[in-house]
Design a protein around this ligand. Structure first.
Ligand code: UDP
Length: 328
């Protein structure tokens, strides 16, 4: 039987890569996206597309009434740490409000599987320990806390209404579809790898490195970059695992790379020089976030593009082929 899924934010970066995987598997996919940060051109051919905001209760109801979904994947969200520290109330109101509206719609319409795009920004670990799912939750930004509140809402929807849920805490999603069909195009771009690449290509002013006085090996922040296609695979696996109950997975490769190391990797892969300067710390940044993904791996997750050079190579190839991203 053909499975039917709703993907909110399916025109966005990670969402569009998941939609591509679902469509390739023969699933029927409806995307709900307001295109505030997503791109119509990132929607895989074959997926149904509804342009609407999750706050639009009437459209949400229509979408759930028009067909029965086997599961909902929830990506749609404001997702910039820095922006959330300038306007925390907007992040809490939008992300938490929309998340709860969506969960309520699932409960009302008898959808009993929900996969949440969550984040490593729930954690604040001072040393270089690998972060597993039992690590202390201590979000350093309103963005991180908004995801934690949705995780808690799912906890209660599970406990009271039986909604099975997977909370997938990505570390740093990066890279592009290895076949070059999709890539990363945030506007404005705030993520490190596309910014470093554009600085190397001379398409931007020199990169600001946000702080070089962190307690890390070279003073710059350490992150665990995980390929977006590997993340998409984790979603497919998590969906199957929901047959056995709800789950929480930290998703990363277990390798931390500093901002300086990312710059060096881009220089190595591109043969170009990355102009950069040291700038003040960005509020809300934790010094080091590196995942222990033993739970996901025990369930069969096997990242393929799991080294930084491979991740950078796919991102660079997409950017070179699409200098304007998805266009205007
Ligand atoms: N970063 C930086 N300059 C930039 C953008 C990011 O130094 O212009 C740093 C940022 O402080 C963080 C790392 O790169 O330590 C990754 O940031 P990104 O925004 O890509 O992801 P986040 O870790 O916030 O999810």
């Amino acid at each position: 039987m053909v499975e039917t899924f709703l993907v909110t934010g399916g025109a966005g970066y990670v969402g569009s890569h998941l939609v591509l995987s679902l469509v390739e598997q023969g699933a029927r996919v409806t995307i709900l996206d307001n295109l505030r940060t997503g791109h119509r051109a990132a929607v895989a051919p074959g997926a149904d597309f509804v342009e609407a905001d999750l706050a639009d209760a009437a459209t949400l109801e229509q979408v759930f009434t028009a067909q029965r979904f086997d599961a909902v994947f929830h990506f749609a969200s404001l997702s910039q740490v820095g922006e959330s520290m300038r306007d925390p109330m907007r992040y809490l109101a939008d992300n938490v409000g929309n998340g709860i509206r969506l969960i309520e719609a699932c409960v009302r319409h008898g959808v009993n599987r929900f996969v949440l795009s969550s984040t490593a920004a729930l954690f604040n670990v001072a040393d270089s320990r690998l972060i597993d799912e039992t690590a202390l939750i201590d979000p350093q930004s309103a963005y991180g806390d908004s995801k934690w509140m949705i995780e808690r809402a799912l906890h209660w929807a599970g406990r009271v209404h039986g909604l099975r849920h997977a909370c997938l805490r990505y570390f740093n999603a990066a890279g592009a579809d290895p076949d070059g069909r999709l890539g990363e195009d945030h506007r404005p771009e705030s993520h490190l790898i596309p910014l470093v690449i554009d600085a190397a290509l001379g398409r931007r002013p020199p990169l600001d490195v946000f702080g070089d006085d962190y307690p890390t090996r070279d003073g710059t922040c350490i992150r665990d970059y995980v390929h977006v296609t590997d993340l998409a695979q984790a979603h497919l696996l998590a969906l199957r695992q929901l047959d056995h109950g709800s789950l929480v997975w930290n998703l990363g490769n277990g390798n931390g790379h500093s901002v300086r190391e990312v710059i060096t990797a881009v220089e190595r892969i591109s043969g170009l020089t990355v102009p950069f300067q040291i700038a003040p710390r960005r509020p809300g940044d934790a010094p080091a976030l590196v995942a222990a993904s033993d739970r996901a791996k025990a369930a069969g997750w096997q990242p393929v593009l799991d080294d930084l050079d491979a991740i950078v190579a796919t991102a660079l190839a997409w950017r070179k082929a699409h200098p304007e991203g998805y266009g205007n």
